[in-house]
Design a binder for this molecule. Structure first.
Ligand code: F0G
Length: 464
């Protein structure tokens, strides 16, 4: 297997490669991003996606139970005996007509891919099980990440559940929700709070990992993105292997969009599907680098010859104005997305679009998603807020079939949810008002009543 799997520079004109076991995650020739590449002629590939339906019958094997590894023939970088799984990827793709109506889609056309059901409560476990497997194959004993909270929660849980590695976590100070911080602490990871934000933490963790030889699990690691491909395999499975018209995903470090386009591109190349869906990436307006560069500055993949000076100029402008990412969707509060070039390739491959949505629309969409039956954190709701905007713009038609990815669970950030629904101005202001939210549309206020039976009955009847 080893010579059929290697790492390859994403820039087709560079052509740099690295061994499967290399953990520097930079092209040795040009320093660019790497893909995990396969020589499919040397690997057994299923003839049809229906092949995967049989796996459930074999679910006493943990590799076939896992919603990630039962698709392992589509990212075959690890021998079975090396694979690390904690039962990730048992997630739902749920039709939801109430949320469809909110976005302007026809009934039956919107599906929410609910990745909050993973063991650590976010989509990160898909990629972490793959990165952890690769780390184990390379003999690593420590793994590190910078995080806005979910990667760190995921790393912490894999370290604790497997006892294979020590987790080292870098977070920006005051930049992480308590739900996520509590996971890192509870699962025993070494948690380093540095002065600064996620962009600062990501720069530092790369330096520290290099210096101390610690295995890096951020999404610059291409093995992580191999695991995240399975989110789309499960979407296809739920839709009876029919490709939807659109996939809508929040954009932070731009790992998901990169991974999804790779998944669909490979399935087409392998003859397993006949077309790719279109991709929509949704930034928060306060962290909208990808939107600005792609939609406003005309930055394009251009066969790998993208205009680096546009990116450099944009970042220089951020620095000159001391502009930091600023959004209540803290998971995607990122101004320097590490996978930007891969995301450009993804948008090119899947005829994509990029949008940015303000926090108030994210929070309102989140409340609608919750009222529709699936609870998600703010960053996830950017997908639905973005879909609504794209329907209004007529980029997406009401009859298109659309899957929005809900990346993290509602309990990740309960403080924001309580503040949104609160009737108490101080509670609202402390979390939302001071960050610029003036008014919300769908608050479900708690009803205050005296401890008196008749008053309680009256309160219930008047709201029924
Ligand atoms: N949604 C959630 C809930 C996230 O936690 C993240 C990223 C994203 C969306 C963005 O995904 O990077 O693939 O574009 N969270 C990272 C973290 C940065 O550290 O947990 P992306």
């Amino acid at each position: 297997m080893s010579d059929a799997v290697f790492q390859r520079c994403i820039n087709p004109t560079c052509g740099g490669t690295a061994d499967r076991a290399d953990t520097s995650f930079r092209c040795p020739q040009c320093g660019g991003l790497l893909d995990v590449a396969y020589d499919w002629n040397k690997l057994p590939v299923p003839k049809s996606l229906k092949h995967f339906e049989g796996k459930w019958a074999n679910r006493t094997n943990p590799l076939d139970f896992s919603g990630v590894w039962r698709f392992r023939e589509l990212f075959p970088f690890a021998p079975d005996e090396a694979i690390v799984t904690i039962g990730e990827g048992q997630t739902l793709c749920q039709r939801t007509d109430a949320v469809a109506a909110y976005t302007g889609l026809n009934a039956g056309r919107l599906f929410l891919q609910y990745e909050g059901m993973n063991p650590s409560g976010s989509f990160k476990d898909n990629g972490m099980s793959a990165a952890f497997t690769h780390a184990r194959m390379t003999g690593a004993t420590r793994a590190a990440c910078a995080s806005t909270g979910n990667t760190s929660a995921s790393l912490a849980i894999y370290c604790a559940a497997t006892q294979l590695m020590r987790g080292v976590i870098f977070i920006g100070s005051g930049k992480i929700s308590y739900g996520k911080l509590s996971q890192a602490l509870e699962h025993g990871a070494l948690t380093v709070q540095i002065e600064g934000d996620f962009d600062d933490a990501l720069r530092r963790v790369q330096e520290v990992s290099r210096q101390l030889g610690i295995y890096l699990v951020n999404s610059v690691n291409p093995f992580r993105l191999e695991g995240q491909k399975t989110i789309m395999f499960r979407v296809l499975e739920a839709l009876n292997w029919e490709v939807p018209d659109w996939i809508v995903v929040p954009g932070g470090n731009l790992g998901n969009v990169s991974s999804f386009a790779k998944a669909f591109g490979e399935l087409v190349d392998l003859g397993l599907i006949s077309r790719v869906p279109r991709l929509a990436v949704i930034n928060a307006a306060g962290a909208d680098t990808f939107y600005q560069l792609y939609e406003k500055n005309g930055l394009r993949w251009n066969g790998g010859q993208f205009d680096q000076s546009k990116i450099d100029d944009y970042y220089a402008g951020l620095d000159a104005n001391n502009r930091k990412a600023d959004t209540l969707a803290s998971a995607i509060e990122i101004n320097r997305p590490v996978n930007l070039p891969k995301a450009l390739r993804a948008i090119d491959r899947c005829n994509g679009v990029v949008r940015a949505v303000p926090d108030t629309e994210i929070l309102d969409a989140k409340a609608k998603i919750g009222a529709g039956g699936l609870g998600c954190e703010p960053a996830s709701a950017a997908s639905v807020a973005g879909l609504r905007q794209l329907v209004q713009e007529k980029v997406i038609s009401p009859s298109d079939s659309v899957v929005c990815v809900l990346t993290g669970h509602v309990l990740k950030d309960s403080d924001e949810t309580v503040a949104y629904h609160s009737a108490d101005k101080a509670t609202f202001d402390a979390k939302l008002g001071k960050r610029g939210v003036k008014q919300v549309a769908f608050a479900n206020r708690a009803v205050q009543v005296p401890n008196d039976l008749a008053a309680i009955v009256r309160a219930i009847e008047s709201h029924a």
